[in-house]
Design a protein around this ligand. Structure first.
Ligand code: NAD
Length: 267
């Protein structure tokens, strides 16, 4: 049995993860942590998801979360995720990271921690998006620079970062297909007198509203035709399922930074 701890266990993904761990053979729910002062602290993890009590209450102590777990799944916020990565670095405990919106310095902390602990990070844990990333890279390579690439995404009204981590990952896949660095060609917002679209630019467009779980479309447009590759998630349980699968896979692996491609055997 792999002991799994959930960071951010009171959040939207945290609750989906509790339910998924409880439903997964070979996985045992070991602990859950929330930020100090969160209303979930002190509540039983089973009752947080409307099920029977599990005899484990949400803690505000991340050290206790790691001590109780073989692997910690973290879908929280960039500051919490980097603090947790430091604990993984110190203890060698495995981690699965789904948090998005990390800047370059915060990503560097994750990479450093992965020298001492097995860490699996993905902007999107769905099998469909993992496949889409590979398809977008291939399409960008095959279609070439005559096709303008824009990534369109829509998420629920509560999302706090933009463009989404998945949109940026799709942009990165397209840039890799063209043999360029995304940061050299991206246009994350357009407003006012922008001038004509520069050749080679990879653009982003962000929609927010309602309860949309996550829609992404990569658009390749040229004179006379347009190719669109897309994905729609209708339940966040699909991310929880992928993250629990990733947790069972990464626990006990050598220290390194892994991705969903490793889990699905796409590398
Ligand atoms: P949410 O706001 O519902 O949940 C985040 C939870 O983390 C909250 O309950 C918050 O209190 C908790 N938290 C914050 N700081 C903490 C700390 N120091 N210690 C413990 N808990 C802490 O948000 P959400 O919709 O569940 O999304 C969480 C993150 O996961 C976001 O970055 C989102 O973009 C990302 N996400 C990733 C995927 C994926 O497949 N990779 C899918 C969905 C969401």
């Amino acid at each position: 049995m792999t002991k799994i701890g959930i960071a951010g266990c009171g959040g939207r993904m945290g609750r989906a993860l509790i339910a998924e761990v409880l439903a997964t053979p070979g996985a045992r729910l070991a602990a859950g942590a929330e930020r100090p002062g969160d209303p979930a602290i002190g509540h039983d993890l089973g009752e947080l998801v409307g099920g029977p009590a599990q005899g484990i209450v949400a803690t505000a102590d991340p050290e206790a979360l790691f001590a109780a777990s073989d692997v910690v799944i973290d879908f929280t916020a960039p500051g919490a995720t980097t603090a947790n990565a430091r604990i993984a670095e110190r203890t060698g405990k495995a981690m699965v990271i789904g948090t998005t919106g990390l800047d370059a310095a915060q990503s560097a902390i994750i990479e450093e921690a992965a020298e001492e602990a097995p860490i699996l990070r993905a902007a999107n844990f769905s099998v469909g998006v993992t496949l889409l990333l590979a398809m977008v890279e291939r399409a960008a390579r095959a279609l070439g620079p005559d096709y303008d690439i824009d990534i369109l995404e829509m998420h629920h009204r509560h999302k706090v970062d933009a463009p989404s981590g998945t949109a940026l990952a799709l942009g990165r896949a397209a840039a890799a297909g063209r043999g360029v660095a995304l940061e050299d060609v991206w246009q994350k917002t357009r407003d006012g007198q922008t001038g004509a679209r520069p050749r080679g630019e990879i653009g982003f467009a962000t929609l927010r509203g309602g309860d949309v779980v996550g829609d992404h479309t990569a658009i390749f447009a040229t004179d006379g035709e347009r190719v669109e590759l897309g994905h729609r998630a209708s339940s966040r349980q699909v991310f929880a399922k992928g993250a629990v699968r990733a947790a069972l896979w990464v626990a006990g692996k050598p220290a390194r930074l892994y991705s969903m491609k490793d889990v699905l055997g796409l590398v």
